[in-house]
Design a protein around this ligand. Structure first.
Ligand SMILES: [Cu+2]
Length: 450
């Protein structure tokens, strides 16, 4: 009788307090099939960059530094207002910047990087005028460390510093974000990526490991703060909080094994992220790695809100390749659209009449939006052209969630971390006979008969 009472007592104990009888395989943790949550495993010595992992690259962003104190990796996030540039001023476009909320002087926050088995301690100092909290998205950690304001902790009041501490026993691509007044605070930029490298060295590690965080904003021309009340009409769509032409290109040496980790913390939109010239293998989600037999090919990988997707491919096709969200309104900047459809309209004498009271007026959009970037018309302060920047042949008619993948046989001294300008690295020169061009009369005659 005393034996069965003991057994019943043991069953009632929280899982963390039960003796661990066996160590299930890693996949069991990812699919939550163990009887123990993964964080109950004791930590290992802290993993170090260079020795235990090759750091990821967050284009237009940064990585959060850490210190190791008594075997624990210590990070410090500071929540604060940040004057953030979405598109820097150039000779062909004005600047778009806004007062956002971010971490450590950045929007989004710096990428946190650690290694499976690390014990991490993250201090969060709130320098905002509002209470906040930080949630570690996708991490399986004790409930009280989950960062949900009101539910798992008191909100962090202005001026306070909270301490989060847990052991990370997953590996992959995760995120962090405010989880207090989420609608406001996430719309203002309080997001970041959280990368955990595997403890066992990878069989085929990537040569280049890029991190992208997708988000969306409403910033009306002439205003200086993103509007968090927006539900539908987001007008700035960003990769790592930059819109093209403010996005840096990805660089790759011909033959490089590429890994792209893409997270989406947009308010309302999923993004099909499309790559040209290559096919990607979907190798992981924020739920864990996908076994090789279950991986699948894509040229547009849908990254739903609140999810990450990790894709890999070999950069075996030299060129300047477009990389962008395939929602066509997500590759426009600050697009005004509360107007009648003007496609096919002849403005006739309208322009002259309107100019009598609006000097310089010109009807726009009657043959599309491609001229919106380089028409040289005056635009309101804190606004950028709806589309693009100058390409090697013509204006590039995309903005927003767009950048390029530059695959080169020889990268020379180009450093992918330093490239912050979309012109970085120059343009690809297509070998003769490999580029679309005006058809000759002889070709037209030969093939089309006219
Ligand atoms: Cu999109």
């Amino acid at each position: 009788m005393s034996g069965s009472a003991l057994l019943a007592g043991a069953a009632a104990l929280p899982v963390a307090l039960r003796a661990q009888t066996s160590v299930p395989p890693a996949s069991a943790y990812h699919f939550n099939e163990s009887d123990q949550p993964v964080w109950t495993k004791p930590p290992l010595a802290p993993g170090e960059p260079g020795r235990d992992y090759k750091p990821v690259v967050t284009l237009n962003g940064s990585t959060l530094p850490f210190r190791i104190i008594d075997g624990v990796k210590v990070f410090h996030l500071v929540c604060e207002e940040v004057d953030h540039v979405f598109v820097p001023k150039t000779e062909w476009n004005g600047e778009c910047r806004a007062t956002c909320w971010g971490f450590n002087g950045r929007v989004h926050g710096p990428t946190i990087e650690c290694v499976e088995g690390d014990r991490v301690r993250i201090y969060v100092t709130n320098k905002l005028a509002a209470a906040t909290s930080v949630h570690w998205h996708g991490l399986i950690i004790p409930c009280g460390m989950d960062g949900v304001g009101g539910l798992t902790q008191k909100a962090i009041q202005p001026g306070e510093t909270f301490k989060y501490e847990f052991t990370v026993w997953q590996h992959g691509t995760f995120m962090y974000h405010s989880h207090h007044d989420e609608m406001t605070q996430m719309a203002l930029g309080m997001l970041g990526m959280f990368i955990i490298h595997p403890r066992e060295p990878e069989k085929t590690p990537p040569d280049r490991d890029y991190v992208f965080l997708l988000s969306e904003w409403k910033i009306m021309p002439g205003t200086s703060r993103p509007d968090p009340n927006e539900m539908v009409e987001f007008n700035m769509l960003t990769l790592n909080a930059r819109s093209f032409p403010g996005t840096a290109p990805m660089l790759a040496k011909l033959g490089d094994r590429m890994r792209l980790r893409i997270g989406n913390l947009s308010a309302m939109d999923h993004h099909p992220i499309h790559i040209h010239g290559h096919a990607m293998r979907v190798v992981a989600t924020d739920g864990g790695p996908i076994p090789e037999a279950g991986q699948w090919p894509e040229v547009s990988v849908l990254v739903p809100v609140g999810s990450t997707r990790t894709v890999e491919f070999v950069a075996n096709n030299p060129g300047d390749w477009a990389f962008h969200c395939h929602m066509t309104h997500h590759v426009m900047n600050q697009m005004g659209h509360g107007t009648p459809n003007l496609i096919g309209i002849d403005p006739g004498k309208l322009d002259k009449k309107v100019r009598s009271f609006l000097p310089g007026y010109m009807t726009m959009g009657e043959d599309g939006m491609a001229d919106m970037g380089d028409m040289g018309m005056p635009i309101p302060p804190n606004s950028v052209p709806m589309v693009g920047g100058p390409g090697p042949y013509d204006y590039i008619t995309m903005g927003g969630m767009f950048t390029t993948l530059k695959v080169r046989e020889d990268l020379g001294n180009l450093d992918p971390v330093q490239g912050t300008d979309f012109l970085y690295g120059g343009w690809y020169k297509n070998p003769p006979g490999t580029q679309a061009a005006l058809a000759t009369q002889a070709e037209l005659q030969r093939d089309l008969g006219s």
